[in-house]
Write a protein that binds this ligand. Structure first.
Ligand SMILES: *Cc1c(COP(=O)(O)O)cnc(C)c1O
Length: 386
């Protein structure tokens, strides 16, 4: 058995997520132009794994009118980085102190009268009226107020507005099925939203901006665009409909790569990785890749997910471990230090995040938001760079 334990002249980094800021800006510009109305760019969850602040700067460079995040902490981190753009945070637990958010000019959303009372307390403490969005449940059965509770919430908001504690600037909801653009729930949600808006308007909330469309709806459902769209995943170049991003003029911004840590020649039939769930049929070269489930590589990728190495696609051999996985590269001249691409835009023949999602039975959202751990992040492109 020959030992190919060679080493690349210029080794690839151990584990790196490369983020293309220009792609994020260009994707934002494509969507902004297509809808021809304000766009709230969703940068929650660390910019879908692309980095909260750099992603925010890139979407603003691409023409986003506003930023959206789930948590107040995310909003305050954007403000601490010096980002002054209009900004909404919408997911709050009981006991939230809204004063720092109002001081930082962060718009907030509520879905219950107790939440409104906490916002009003923040407004009293700071002397600053809250710019408020009211969230209605139109069929997702998640974070909105039900239609039964909506009139009460609207009346309470009208009172708080009359007292000068809030200005209702948004009425909004979220779609359940926009990734299936012909699904009957879509028309039903639009009808419920229109009803909710009518209730709010007749109570006097006439100036609030209406927003409903996530990425899938922004791409596929113009009837949901209202006064502003609210895409997230599409800004990062991932097709919200699970197809080919390029069909929508989008380019994936994330490349996940690692450097081979070791290669070795092994006999036919050896068991590879924990539980020996893989065994090569003939003598072969194994390549060790030093990233694992602690870094956000799903354990379910074992024997399923593809990577690009040495110019060819290979499927992960055996189980993904905490810190590493193994590839069977056959007789290809792969050396320690060679690059392994897990996913990227696809131009060089590498798999895409969608390919991984299909292989491990999840969605690209989960893959990009969870990759991290001990990967370093590197930015390329100049959009929004300071
Ligand atoms: C995450 C989120 C979005 C963005 O969804 P995408 O599918 O990524 O476009 C929009 N609105 C709300 C309420 C969200 O939670």
């Amino acid at each position: 058995m020959t030992n190919p334990a060679t080493r690349a002249a210029t080794p690839a980094p151990r584990a790196e997520v490369v983020v293309d800021l220009d792609a994020i800006a260009a994707n934002t510009a494509v969507l902004r132009e297509r809808v021809g109305r304000p766009l709230m760019a969703v940068v929650k969850a660390d910019g879908y794994g692309h980095g909260l602040v750099p992603a925010a700067r890139a979407v603003l460079a691409g023409g986003a009118d506003m930023l959206g995040v789930a948590l107040l902490d995310e909003a305050l981190a954007l403000r601490a980085a010096g980002i002054r753009a209009p900004l909404l945070a919408w997911l709050h637990n009981p006991g939230t102190d809204f004063a720092p958010a109002l001081d930082a000019d962060v718009e907030v959303s509520v879905n219950a009268e107790w939440g409104l009372a906490e916002v009003v307390a923040g407004a009293r403490a700071t002397g600053r009226p809250a710019r408020l969005h009211l969230f209605v449940d139109t069929g997702l059965s998640r974070e909105g107020a039900t239609m039964a509770d909506w009139p009460g919430l609207v009346s309470a908001a009208v009172r708080a507005q009359a007292e000068g504690h809030v200005t209702v600037v948004g009425l909004w909801s979220h779609m359940a099925y926009a990734d299936a653009p012909t699904h009957p729930t879509i028309g039903a949600q639009v009808r419920v939203f229109d009803e909710a808006v009518a209730v709010a308007r007749s109570a006097g909330l006439t100036d609030a901006r209406l927003h409903l469309a996530n990425s899938a709806a922004t791409v596929a459902l113009p009837e949901t665009w209202y006064d502003m769209v609210r895409p997230g995943v599409a800004l990062y170049g991932l097709d919200p409909l699970g197809g080919n991003a390029a069909d929508h003029g989008l380019r994936p911004a994330m490349t996940v790569r690692a450097g081979v840590a070791l290669v070795k020649r092994v006999r036919a039939g050896v068991g590879v990785s924990y539980g020996h769930t893989y065994a090569p049929e003939r003598e072969t070269t194994l390549a060790l890749v030093p990233v694992g489930y602690a870094d956000g590589v799903p354990r379910a990728a074992g024997n399923r997910a593809p990577v690009l190495v040495g110019g060819a696609r290979r499927t992960i051999a055996g189980r993904v471990c905490m810190d590493q996985f193994v590839l069977d590269v056959g007789d290809a001249p792969v050396a320690a230090g060679d690059e392994v691409v897990l996913w990227g835009p696809g131009d060089r023949g590498e798999p895409t995040a969608q390919d991984w999602a299909d292989a491990v039975d999840t969605i690209h959202y989960e893959l990009v938001t969870r990759i991290g751990g001990r990967f370093t992040r590197r930015y390329v492109g100049s959009a929004g760079a300071v």
